[in-house]
Design a protein around this ligand. Structure first.
Ligand code: FPP
Length: 235
């Protein structure tokens, strides 16, 4: 089995999963968070080198105050626990997205975790928090424009690699496989620039139920694909 170098996941369906069990949405998020721990271990075991998960979008602030507060509480405890998970898996953690919108203690925890794990190389784990691909592109292009105005960049020097280097994912290879759980068939503003050639896998399984067997199923489907990047199909 050819294991993708980089897997990106849209963690969807926590709320519906909990509702189906007669439980509050927050219960689904707690279970979804626990599953994230397990899946990091599975990725490491399978030899996946890069994992990027969509945990909180720029649109998720529109959820009820109660739900947003519950998620913030979960992020706080997870970011703390993640120090251990990072050490266990020798995993480098990086948060992508605009973290300036979070409370200062969360921002500090993110910086602490990134600093703590910066020399680990077994698994590179990106967590998208207050992330939206269009927002990422706007922020990146503002910095590029500033560098152009300051004379550090000439317009004719701008190419795809340079644009990539101004994004939150600078230095991280593009995803090979994108998995979205829980039945929706959309990208929801996730890694739009980076996923130009990514293979997509959609499953009805809700995120809290997405386990190693489901992950292997997704990788097997990926293996059946013919990744041509616009080249000719083999006869
Ligand atoms: C989508 O399910 C999930 C979220 C918006 C939050 C994802 C959060 C976690 C998995 C837990 C914590 C993560 C970290 C990094 C600590 P949904 O609420 O959209 O489900 P629904 O579509 O059924 O309503």
């Amino acid at each position: 089995m050819n294991v993708p170098n980089h897997i990106a996941i849209i963690l969807d369906g926590n709320g519906r999963w909990a509702k189906a069990k007669g439980m509050p949405r927050s219960y689904g998020h707690v279970k979804g968070c626990a599953n994230l721990e397990t899946i990091c271990d599975d990725m490491k075991e399978l030899g996946v080198k890069y994992l990027t998960v969509y945990a909180f979008s720029t649109e998720n602030w529109k959820r009820s105050r109660e739900e947003v507060e519950g998620l913030m509480k979960l992020f706080r405890s997870y970011l703390k626990k993640c120090l251990k998970i990072a050490e266990r898996n020798q995993m480098r953690v990086k948060v992508i997205g605009d973290i300036s919108a979070f409370d200062e203690d969360i921002q500090r925890k993110v910086i602490e975790l990134e600093e703590f794990s910066k020399d680990f190389t077994e698994l590179h784990f990106q967590i998208a928090l207050n992330y939206g691909a269009r927002d990422e592109i706007v922020r990146g292009m503002r910095r590029l424009a500033r560098d152009a105005v300051d004379g550090k960049v000439k317009p004719e020097e701008i190419d795809e690699a340079m644009i990539g280097s101004y994004l939150d994912t600078a230095g991280i290879p593009d995803p090979d496989l994108m998995i979205r759980t829980s039945g929706e068939l959309r990208l929801s503003n996730y890694l739009l620039w980076q996923m130009a050639y990514t293979e997509f896998y959609f499953t009805d399984v809700a995120w809290p139920d997405f386990n190693k067997a489901e992950l292997i199923k997704a990788i097997e489907k990926y293996n059946e694909r013919d990744r041509r990047y616009g080249g000719t199909k083999e006869e």
